[in-house]
Write a protein that binds this ligand. Structure first.
Ligand code: NAD
Length: 385
């Protein structure tokens, strides 16, 4: 059928529908149909398909990828899973079948570079152990794809700088997966701090702790594990996003119980204090040996903000205290991973920089490296502004 005749048919159908509609308005109440003839209310809103979607390759099918990221595609507006990279072919086939990924778009770590030849893939999401982030990010960028890399960006400042340079020379985008920059409770906390709702900021405390069972990549030094790298980074990043400043000096302590084999390679707990140019003092603690505990408190001259569950995937609760009144702020939660993937997809389509480019990951690595130096030397470590 030609385009013209198809149009004519649509027009006739439309006119016919219009006549029916006009006719029905002249019917008496007794003649009115009790249900619409096509069993669909005339005012029903059918969704428009999105104008353009962005194809994602997921690299590493571990806990985060399978339990949070793959399910998040259902809540995403424009991000679509189109390829998988895994060392386990049977698992990858099963995941591909579940999420409608073409089985010919399954790769392993040796065939990773072949992603370059897959035009459906716009962006690669690195969800591997921390020690592999730099290598797979650089290889992905060289393959001509944009990259979203999980936190922490890498295991050293030098690796972060290589990743940023690789993105620049490939002219591709690099974003670090800081999901809380897309999360409404944390975003509101930032606004309250920046808009002076608490008065001048003075003190921030934050903790992010969990009980990690072996075996786990988090307990391996060679894979870039450790509580500071895995969970402490959320406190460091929050201190920076709540104040909008970079710290000028840090201190740190770590504890490693000798009788617990989980902590042969990494500390159990780390505490740290950051001093900011405005005078804010922020103290954080993180642990792999405590019950789950994730929250922060910001104390200003005239108000206090508490975010319970601050760093979790869900369940945040935000309280604001001014004088002696405490109020809970009710906000609509979102799927952090869908929001994050949609944000990067939009940036790719619009040619914009993301909220958390490589430089954001590097800034956290600088602070964490200084904290480690402070732990090692027992001294306060100054950071260059
Ligand atoms: P995981 O151990 O469950 O998954 C790691 C994946 O890497 C597995 O599929 C494993 O098979 C694969 N892998 C490939 N080579 C490996 C090797 N040499 N050794 C070990 N594993 C290898 O870990 P995870 O919890 O999914 O964490 C993965 C990444 O995601 C880490 O960087 C972590 O920091 C990050 N993460 C981020 C969040 C967040 O909220 N943004 C939450 C959890 C984890």
């Amino acid at each position: 059928m030609s385009q013209h005749s198809s149009y004519e048919l649509d027009r006739r159908t439309f006119i016919a529908a219009g006549v029916t509609l006009i006719a029905s308005t002249t019917m008496s109440k007794a003649d009115e149909p009790l249900a619409p003839p096509d069993k669909q209310p005339p005012h029903v809103k059918t969704p428009e398909p999105p104008a353009k979607t962005v194809g994602w390759a997921i690299v590493g099918l571990g806990q985060l990828a399978l339990e949070e990221v793959m399910p998040a595609f259902a809540n995403s507006k424009i991000a679509r899973p189109v390829a998988l990279v895994s060392g386990h072919p049977e698992k990858a086939k099963k995941v591909a079948a579940t999420y409608g990924v073409d089985p010919t778009s399954i790769y392993d770590y040796k065939t990773y570079e072949k992603l370059a030849d897959n035009p459906a893939v716009d962006v690669i999401y690195i969800i591997l152990p921390n020690s592999m982030h730099a290598e797979y990010t650089v290889r992905g960028l060289k393959a001509g794809k944009h990259v979203l890399c999980e936190k922490p960006m890498a295991t050293s400042i030098a690796e972060c700088e290589q990743m940023i340079a690789a993105a620049k020379s490939a002219r591709k985008k690099l974003m670090i997966a800081y999901r809380l920059h897309h999360e409404p409770f944390n975003k509101t906390a930032i606004e309250l701090c920046r808009q002076g709702e608490l008065g001048k900021l003075k003190l921030i405390t934050a903790c992010n702790g969990q009980d990690v069972k072996a075996p786990n990549i988090r307990l391996s030094k060679s894979l870039g594990g450790g509580p500071l790298q895995d969970v402490g980074i959320y406190c460091v990043n929050a201190f920076r996003y709540l104040t909008g400043e970079e710290p000028i000096e840090v201190t740190g302590f770590a504890s490693r119980p000798k009788d617990d084999p989980r902590f042969r390679e990494v500390p159990e707990s780390v505490t740290f204090t950051l001093h900011f140019p405005s005078g804010v003092i922020a103290s954080g603690d993180c642990s792999f040996g405590t019950a789950e505990s994730r929250r922060y408190r910001v104390q200003g001259a005239s108000g206090i903000l508490d975010l319970e569950g601050a760093f979790g995937y869900r369940g945040q609760r935000l309280y604001l205290q001014n004088e002696d009144r405490i109020s809970e702020m009710k906000l609509t939660p979102v799927d952090h991973f869908a929001a994050e993937m949609d944000h990067f997809s939009e940036c790719i389509l619009a040619g914009k920089e993301s909220k958390t480019p490589g430089e954001e990951g590097l800034a956290d690595l600088r602070v964490m490296t200084a904290i480690e130096e402070a732990i090692r030397t027992g001294r306060t470590v100054a950071l260059k502004s």
